[in-house]
Design a protein around this ligand. Structure first.
Ligand code: D61
Ligand code: MG
Ligand code: MG
Length: 343
């Protein structure tokens, strides 16, 4: 592991990052020197905001104003609030150190982080009361919590001068990058999220699951397995809509570390979707990629060529699964085939 910086506030930030970010710590710490601190702060500020959003013990009348004000509070030296558990509570307890580093960042980076935090907090507040019903609601929620991270990341890349100015206004493609990752997480985490105590928060859109079951909870009951797999495959096809735009976003990148920072999470996402497709385990337990496989993609994803090879491999895997799934459907004379249904 990397040695920690001497400056205590920066040491807290880099010491906390791996504890609260499972996968992003590695790719953030590989960013070029000038961007690394900005992305470390960008991650921790938004993870703190998300910790408030996810904390179901905070009453709504306190949470909504807190989400709206979070970006301003994050610029007040010494400010913090109690939220989250375990390492997320530790992040909140040490939040004044994050604020110290945040306030020392280059002004142009601060501006981007503040703007994303403000818009994300307002978007999260909107969805505290409203459920995700339509696919448009689903895309809007994911835009707020992940699409905006892509938009801000692109603005930081452009501001650093390491990527072209075109990325400062690449909101559409940046948004697709975030939606691909967020939708993958929402699909993969179905069981973990629906079993959440004290109250589950689900983001699967009724416009999709309503075609297969009468309640989201029905998906996890074995007697509904066939309908659940149809619903799962539909959700995965919806997430795959974003993949071509992600490739288009990444093909324009010039800096090697920035490319890997963007490409590795995308490869992990398509690998996860391929693993989840038509897989009943999604409704039974946690679907995790084998450690060896994640390590392989962390190491090997270093160019547009290896990125496309990985996408092709997982695309082929998805096609194979869909083909075997379709044949199974065709054999079962009692049910209309997928073609008739899609027809
Ligand atoms: O609680 C959890 O463990 C998961 O929370 C999920 C939720 O609550 O929905 C959910 O929380 C979302 C709100 C907080 C976002 C924090 C974040 C994440 C990644 C970053 C990457 C780089 C810079 C800043 C970043 C900030 C979550 O973490 N979902 C994982 C997917 C988020 C994708 C973000 C993203 C978007 C576009 C990108 C483009 C290029 C490179 C990285 C990108 C990364
Ligand atoms: Mg979260
Ligand atoms: Mg959240």
């Amino acid at each position: 592991t990397k040695k920690l910086p001497k400056q205590p506030d920066l040491a807290f930030c880099y010491g906390t990052l791996p504890k609260v970010s499972r996968s992003f710590a590695i790719v953030i710490q590989q960013l070029p020197e000038g961007l690394r601190d900005a992305f470390c702060v960008f991650y921790l500020v938004l993870r703190a905001l998300d910790t408030v959003e996810d904390d179901m013990s905070i009453p709504i009348d306190k949470k909504v104003p807190l989400l709206h004000a979070f970006h301003n509070l994050s610029q007040q030296r010494g400010w913090t609030t109690k939220a989250g558990v375990a390492e997320y509570a530790d992040l909140m307890a040490g939040y004044p150190a994050v604020i110290q580093v945040y306030l020392q960042l280059d002004q142009q980076y601060c501006k981007v982080i503040d703007d994303v935090c403000r818009r994300m907090g307002a978007g999260m507040a909107d969805f505290i009361t409203d459920d995700v019903i339509t696919v448009d609601d689903y895309d809007l929620y994911c835009h707020y919590v992940a699409g905006l991270v892509g938009v801000g990341s692109s603005q930081l890349f452009a501001a650093s001068g390491l990527e072209s100015e075109q990325y400062a206004a690449a909101d559409e493609l940046s948004n697709h990058m975030g939606l691909f990752l967020q939708k993958t997480n929402i699909i993969r985490d179905y069981l973990e999220d629906i079993m959440e105590e004290p109250a589950p928060r689900m983001f699967w859109p009724r416009e999709i699951w309503g075609k297969y079951v009468s309640s989201l909870d029905d998906l996890r009951h074995p007697q509904n397995e066939a309908a659940a797999l149809h619903c799962l495959n539909h959700m995965i096809c919806d997430a795959l809509r974003h993949a071509p735009h992600s490739l288009e976003y990444m093909v324009g990148l010039r800096n090697y570390q920035i490319f890997r920072f963007c490409a590795i999470p995308q490869v992990m996402a398509i690998a996860t979707l391929a693993l989840c497709y038509n897989n009943p385990a999604v409704f039974r337990g946690k679907v995790k990629m084998r450690r060896g496989q994640t390590a392989k993609y962390m190491m090997e994803t270093d160019s547009m060529q290896t990125l496309l090879e990985a996408f092709m491999d997982f695309g082929t895997m998805l096609c194979k699964k869909a083909k075997s799934h379709r044949i199974a459907m065709a054999k079962d004379p009692t049910r209309e085939t997928v073609v008739e249904r899609l027809g």
